[in-house]
Write a new protein. Structure first.
Length: 401
């Protein structure tokens, strides 16, 4: 296995995933195109040195389909020799795309590439590609399928997390995200998105709500009882008969936000760095992906963390920072409890509850965020993790060089 280095990463700001969001007029391919152009231009990159661009997307249909990565490569003016691949592992797609490129380089079958993800949630509706696991009754029966929000509430029920617990976590996410923005910690990585006229349409994460308090969150109604009443609650309780009643604690305020955005990471071997005149910022130590309970869907992070650590011969104490996608507050609370990880080293810059979760893009975005935090805090190692639909989970471990 050859060493795989991270040379750079960039992301767009996150726009509200609605028709009045700032990125609604920008197609997903254009979000990726602008990032590819920026990472090329700011590094003076000869794109012919790259072998592949792999872009994850959780809804790879319509304008987000058609091997979007290859379209973006051509659209960005890259050398036509650069390949393109579209990848789908639900919410873990962006991180899995990075791991895919890392595997190509580590095996010696490629010298360099770009991995990342994109999601325009205001333009392509979540659930368009749900497939048999949701829509085919015979398959859904095997899954004991229930929507993810119910899974989050089931975690809270099984683990004993109260509404105050999840709201408290959400307030801290907002506080950390606001602090990161106020201190300019995202400045080097964010690429302002422009329209067809070249005018900037968004240069900040517009979903965040820094004035959030426990009192303001307490006024929000639980979001997922309607799904339980549709019959999914009964399905979930058949899978977990020890649950008498689901404790519905999740709201729009302590769950990840629906947003648009994209993020990419440039990877390569040492020879690529020399040829491109670039210094590596970090090394990919290893990665892992697993399956877990498909009903709750959200319990994989602790187990995939253990697998990733075992793959590289590390212990949890060897990791300086953990970055876990904040799909729902209970997901992170469970991870920290089951892996015995301190909140002080978890999601230190805030997360998707405050900033939003552009499904296929988030993995690449948070990998870049935790790398920036390692450098800013002069620390060495980090793990990035996501849970994903149908009980999937992915993790990546990096170390600074």
């Amino acid at each position: 296995m050859r060493d795989v280095f991270i040379y750079d990463h960039v992301r767009t700001p996150r726009g509200r995933g609605r028709a009045d969001g700032s990125l609604h007029e920008i197609p997903a391919i254009e979000l990726v195109t602008q990032l590819l152009q920026e990472i090329r231009d700011r590094n003076g990159l000869n794109t012919a040195l790259l072998d592949d661009v792999v872009i994850g997307c959780a809804q790879p249909v319509g304008e987000q389909g058609g091997v979007l990565a290859r379209g973006a490569v051509v659209n960005a003016g890259y050398a036509h020799s650069v390949g393109g691949q579209q990848l789908h592992r639900f919410c873990a797609s962006g991180l899995e795309a990075v791991n895919n490129v890392a595997a190509q380089v580590a095996s010696g079958m490629a010298s360099a590439g770009i991995g990342g993800g994109v999601e325009s949630m205001s333009r392509v509706i979540m659930g368009y590609d749900s497939g048999a696991w949701v829509a085919d009754p015979a398959v859904a029966l095997q899954n004991y399928y229930a929507p993810q929000g119910l899974g989050a509430d089931m975690i809270a029920t099984l683990e004993g997390y109260s509404r105050e617990d999840v709201d408290s976590y959400a307030v801290e996410s907002q506080r950390r995200a606001a602090k990161s923005w106020d201190e300019g910690n995202f400045d080097h990585s964010i690429v302002p998105v422009k329209d067809v006229m070249g005018e900037v349409v968004l240069d900040n994460d517009e979903y965040r709500r820094p004035a959030t308090t426990m009192e303001s969150l307490a006024g929000l109604k639980a979001a997922f009882p309607p799904f339980a009443k549709m019959g999914f609650g009964r399905v979930a309780k058949e899978r977990y008969p020890e649950i008498e009643e689901i404790n519905h604690v999740h709201t729009g305020g302590n769950s990840s936000g629906i947003v648009d955005g994209s993020g990419i990471v440039m990877l390569g071997n040492a020879e690529f760095g020399k040829a491109a005149g670039l210094k590596p910022r970090a090394r990919i130590k290893g990665w892992a992906s697993i399956g877990s309970d498909p009903t709750i869907m959200l319990t994989a992070p602790a187990d995939v963390a253990r697998k990733a650590l075992k793959n590289v011969g590390m212990e949890k104490g060897d990791i300086d920072l953990y970055e876990l996608n904040e799909a729902f507050a209970s997901v992170v609370l469970r991870f920290m409890d089951h892996l015995d990880v301190d909140h002080a080293i978890t999601n230190v810059a805030g997360g998707a509850i405050a900033l939003g979760h552009p499904l296929g893009a988030t993995g690449a975005m948070i990998l870049g965020t935790v790398l920036d935090e390692l450098e800013r805090r002069d620390l060495n190692t980090a793990m990035t993790l996501l849970c994903a639909g149908n009980g999937l989970g992915t993790a990546t471990i990096i170390e600074r060089v």
